[in-house]
Design a binder for this molecule. Structure first.
Ligand code: GDP
Length: 309
């Protein structure tokens, strides 16, 4: 129900599409399909993804497999769900057998990175896990303070920079070291969201990743990109840029998942589908509010049902 509440604005926007199904005119299927494509684009599905979805539906309409608006609605839901499942792959976190699991969390400032780490810490701590937070954003003074507050609220331990000149990769190394020595289950690594250029940011993140691996060879187990859902297709471009820069770095910081925040405040939730489609990376969680409990594991089927109930 949280996901339904969190997607209410997007669902309202998709009302245009629901109307199409009600008045679906099979005599003029071409025009109606074009209207469907336009409506999907207007709902932030992105031209490429909208085209792909509608093309699949068009084939079935032409082959006489879909006859009523209701059938077409069902086909639309099924194709969005299968796209999310097949293009994205598993939405489950890849947690290792041996502890600790190390998650490296990256993303632009203001996207909700720190809040999301707080919510994740709370989720796992409330399930009984011992959680360590690593304050890896040493460039922004307030970042560690903010993380400290989340550590307090969730009951997690926090590892912060020692001294003015401590580097992010040193902090992350120490956090993983602390977790290994204390038998913690999970390390959540915060990182900086802004440097002078994408290149220098990626360079920094690559160092962070190497430093984690140096302490724990198979870690990090996930690299999660936090994206602000209210920015619609802009976040797609942000994620693409991240991926492109990562490739130039020989993919040392290859993304394993996306966390989409602020879905509750936006009608642009359709962008989830284009992000997964174009990047081929799964959404693993969605943020549906500012509260500590407002994080939902992403499930493609519930998401599609929430958009088209
Ligand atoms: P960071 O700079 O990426 O670490 O971003 P913050 O975690 O500081 O979050 C920026 C703002 O977004 C804060 O005001 C958060 O309360 C808000 N925020 C984060 N996640 C969500 C969400 O899922 N829903 C809503 N409505 N606000 C959120």
């Amino acid at each position: 129900d949280r996901i339904r509440k969190g997607t209410s604005k997007t669902r309202e926007k998709l009302g245009v599409i629901e109307e199409l199904f009600t008045y679906w005119n099979l005599d003029d299927a071409d025009e109606t399909l074009e209207e469907l494509e336009d409506a999907l684009i207007m709902s932030d599905f992105g031209p490429k993804t909208a085209f792909k979805i509608v093309d699949g539906i068009r084939d079935k309409v032409m082959a006489g497999q879909l006859k009523t608006g209701e059938q077409i609605r069902a086909e639309l839901k099924a194709s969005i769900a299968s796209l999310l499942q097949q293009r994205g792959g598993s939405s489950e976190l890849a947690l290792p057998e041996a502890k600790p699991a190390v998650l490296l969390v990256v993303g632009v400032n203001g996207g909700g990175k720190t809040t999301t780490i707080g919510k994740l810490a709370n989720k796992f701590a409330s399930e009984g896990a011992k959680v360590v937070l690593a304050a890896g954003d040493t460039f922004r003074a307030a970042a560690a303070e903010q993380l400290e507050e989340w550590a307090r609220r969730s009951g997690a331990e926090i590892v912060r920079a020692q001294g003015e000149k401590a580097r992010p990769d040193t902090v992350l190394y120490q956090a993983v070291d602390t977790a290994v020595k204390s038998g913690a289950d999970l390390v959540l690594c915060d990182t900086s969201g802004r440097l002078h250029t994408n290149w220098s940011l990626m360079d920094e993140l690559a160092k962070c990743k190497r430093s984690i691996t140096k302490r724990l060879p198979e870690a990090p187990h996930e690299v999660l990109l936090v994206l602000d859902g209210t920015t619609g297709l802009n976040m797609l471009n942000q994620a693409k840029e991240f991926n492109e820069t990562a490739k130039e770095f020989n993919e040392t910081v290859q993304l394993s998942g996306i966390i989409l925040t602020k879905l509750d405040g936006t009608a642009r939730g359709g962008a989830v589908v284009s992000v997964v489609d174009e990047l081929g990376v799964p959404v693993k969680f969605v943020g549906v509010g500012e509260g500590i409990e407002d994080l939902q594991p992403f499930d493609p089927l519930s998401f599609v049902d929430a958009l088209f109930p």
